[in-house]
Design a protein around this ligand. Structure first.
Ligand SMILES: Nc1ncnc2c1ncn2[C@@H]1O[C@H](COP(=O)(O)OP(=O)(O)OP(=O)(O)O)[C@@H](O)[C@H]1O
Ligand SMILES: [Mg+2]
Length: 270
């Protein structure tokens, strides 16, 4: 939360209702938020609380039932395909399942070339494009020469996640939405990927919206934290305000559920 940084993405009364009548689900229920440029914002909540739904609305993949999203302080307009494509230059995402993020019939070169083209590099020489792709791969510790001519399904889960970050490195969006990008991989790769994202944020001043169940991790990496329960933000503020001085019972419960790995086992009660 900052008064000095420019507003990046914000929302008033943003709501998503799926279905009708008895089958109606209010997945996101009148949420307000203000995300500032260059911040790392975490949205934390349990399964089914509406995190992915809000991510999809922010990306413009699904419509908003009620309310309004603002981009850089102005009402967001993605009413035409052309406007949507423009908007997607500024906002990109890494999803829970990396396998769903790529066209399985595109080779990895094509995936990365697409990013260069989107950033206006269509007419760059083949050499320049290759050197950009090589640089992006080495940023995430992948070897371009070993990937060229492969299909995404020929990569491991961890390599795939890193390929997604290589895409972001080339696209340099203003906003990156990361929906639990680390859930598929081990703790060590998870730390590496988070470090890569933080490094990228420092390098290009990107805003990161990080969606997770892990309140401990959110405390460690975030500037601002939004706690989500049943489609509502029950609490928001700086990481210190929300996690060290929580007001909502729900937040307190999430915190108390974090396993305390340093606490000694008390076997006397067993
Ligand atoms: N396309 C859909 N049609 C109907 N209901 C949906 C749809 N997508 C999501 N929902 C419902 O909306 C609610 C919120 O789902 P959402 O995927 O946003 O949760 P989440 O917080 O991302 O959960 P998780 O942590 O498990 O990923 C759930 O009750 C879900 O069943
Ligand atoms: Mg989800």
């Amino acid at each position: 939360m900052s008064d000095t940084k420019p507003m990046c993405l914000s929302g008033k009364g943003v709501t998503k209702v799926f279905g009708l009548g008895a089958k109606k689900t209010v997945a996101v229920d009148h949420v307000d938020f203000e995300f500032y440029e260059g911040e790392l914002i975490s949205i934390v909540g349990e399964s089914g609380s509406g995190k992915t739904t809000i991510a999809k609305m922010l990306l413009g993949l699904i419509g908003v039932t009620e309310g309004q999203v603002f981009f850089q302080g102005k009402p967001r307009d993605i009413s035409t395909h052309k406007k949507k494509k423009e908007y997607w230059k500024d906002i990109q995402a890494i999803f829970q399942d990396p396998f769903s993020s790529f066209n399985v019939f595109s080779k990895i070169d094509a995936v990365l070339l697409d990013c260069i083209n989107m950033r206006g590099g269509r007419w760059f020489s083949r050499d320049k494009k290759t050197s950009m792709m090589t640089e992006a791969c080495s940023f995430v510790n992948l070897k371009y020469a070993e990937l060229t001519n492969k299909y995404p399904f020929e990569l491991s889960g961890g390599q795939m996640q890193r390929l997604m970050i290589a895409r972001i490195f080339l696209l340099k969006p203003k906003i990156l939405l990361a929906d639990e990008p680390t859930s598929m991989i081990d703790a060590c790769s998870r730390a590496t990927i988070l470090n890569m994202l933080m490094h990228l944020r420092d390098e290009i001043g990107m805003t990161i919206i990080f969606i997770t169940h892990d309140i401990g991790l959110a405390y460690y990496i975030s500037d601002s934290v939004y706690i989500m329960e049943h489609g509502k933000f029950v609490e928001s503020g700086t990481a210190d305000e929300v996690i060290l001085n929580s007001k909502a019972d729900y937040t307190k419960r999430l915190i108390s559920d974090v396993p305390k790995i340093y606490e000694e086992w008390d076997l006397s009660t067993v």
